[in-house]
Design a protein around this ligand. Structure first.
Ligand code: PAF
Length: 282
C-alpha cells in the first residue's frame, strides 16, 4: 500500500489507474479503524479494482465542546490494518491541505431538510462539515464507487442526497453495521467506554430490535413505543438524545402507512455518545 499526504500525489495515482482502465473504490474515514472500516475496504475490494482510503479527522464536523482534540489518532496501526485488508492507497492529508487558510471559508456544502432532525438537531453544523469534506474528497479521489457504513444512517442519507443534488457520477454503497458479539455497533467512540459500560451499551441495540418487533407485530403507536424505549434506556443508565421511528428514505417521522422504516437512536453513556439504528420493512 502506498501512502500519500499531498493532493498532487493522490491525483497522479488516480490518473494513472484510470489511464489503465481501472475502477476506483473509495472508503473515507477519520482513522482509529475497527472491523467496521475493514469490512468497507473488503467490500470495496470486491466491487472495484483499486481501493483508496482516506484518514482525516475533519475539524469542521466537530462542534464546540465535542471530542475533536481527544479523537484517537492511530495512523500507524490504521495503515497496517488497511494494508492487510488490501487497500492500495492511503490518502492522509494535513488540515492545511484540505482547508488551505485562504480558501477554507469560501464554500460550505449544505444539504437541506434531511440534515435538520436527529443528529442534525443535536450537532449544529455537523452535517455541513461532513458534506463539505466528503465533497472535497470526492473531487480529489473521483471514485467510481464510495462505501459508507450504515451505522451512520443519517450521514449515508445525506451523502446520497449530495451526490444526487450535485450530480456526482459516483455510486454510493451502504454497508451493514458490524457488531460486537453482544450487539454493540462497532465505533471508534466505543474506546471511551469502560468494560462494564460496553456490556450496558448493547442495550441500545436491544431496544431498537425490541421496538422493531413491536412494530412488525402490528403496534402502530410509534410515539408510545419511542417513549417506552427511551425510558428503558434511562433505566439502564443512558442519557438518551433521541429515539425516532422514521420513514427510511426521507428520515421524516413515520406514519402508519409507511412500510420502509428506520429507527434512529442516539444516547450518551458515560463519556461516549453512541448512535445506532435498525432499518426494516413492516
Ligand atoms: O464517517 C466518518 O468517519 C466521517 O464522517 C467521514 C465520512 C469520513 C467524513 O469525515
Amino acid at each position: 500500500m502506498q501512502t500519500v499526504n499531498d493532493i498532487s500525489a493522490l491525483r497522479s495515482f488516480v490518473n494513472e489507474q484510470k489511464r489503465q482502465g481501472k475502477t476506483i473504490g473509495f472508503v473515507p474515514t477519520m482513522g482509529n479503524l475497527h472491523k467496521g472500516h475493514i469490512t468497507l475496504i473488503k467490500e470495496a475490494r470486491k466491487q472495484t479494482d483499486i481501493v483508496v482510503s482516506s484518514i482525516f479527522v475533519n475539524p469542521t464536523q466537530f462542534g464546540e465542546g465535542e471530542d475533536f482534540d481527544s479523537y484517537p489518532r492511530t495512523l500507524e496501526s490504521d495503515s497496517t490494518q488497511l494494508a492487510e485488508a488490501g487497500c492500495h492507497l492511503l490518502f492522509a492529508p494535513s488540515t492545511n491541505a484540505m482547508y488551505p487558510a485562504e480558501s477554507s471559508q469560501w464554500a460550505t456544502v449544505h444539504i437541506s431538510n434531511i440534515t435538520t432532525r436527529h443528529c442534525g438537531a443535536a450537532r449544529a453544523g455537523h452535517f455541513d462539515g461532513v458534506s463539505t469534506v466528503v465533497c472535497k474528497l470526492f473531487n480529489l479521489v473521483t471514485p467510481d464507487i464510495a462505501f459508507f457504513g450504515k451505522k451512520d444512517f443519517q450521514q449515508l442519507a445525506v451523502i446520497r442526497r449530495m451526490v444526487e443534488a450535485l450530480c456526482f457520477n459516483i455510486q454510493i454503497v451502504g454497508v451493514e453495521t458490524v457488531r460486537e458479539t453482544n450487539g454493540l455497533a462497532m465505533s471508534s467512540r466505543n474506546g471511551y467506554l469502560s468494560e462494564i459500560e460496553k456490556q450496558v451499551a448493547a442495550i441500545l441495540y436491544q431496544q431498537l430490535k425490541n421496538t422493531r418487533q413491536h412494530i412488525i407485530s402490528g403496534n402502530n403507536d410509534y410515539a408510545t413505543l419511542a417513549k417506552q424505549a427511551q425510558q428503558a434506556l434511562v433505566n439502564a443508565g443512558f442519557n438518551p438524545e433521541y429515539f425516532n421511528i422514521c420513514q427510511a428514505d426521507t428520515l421524516e417521522p413515520a406514519t402508519v402507512n409507511d412500510h420502509s422504516l428506520v429507527i434512529l437512536a442516539a444516547a450518551k453513556l458515560g463519556k461516549a455518545r453512541l448512535i445506532d439504528n435498525i432499518d426494516f420493512d413492516k
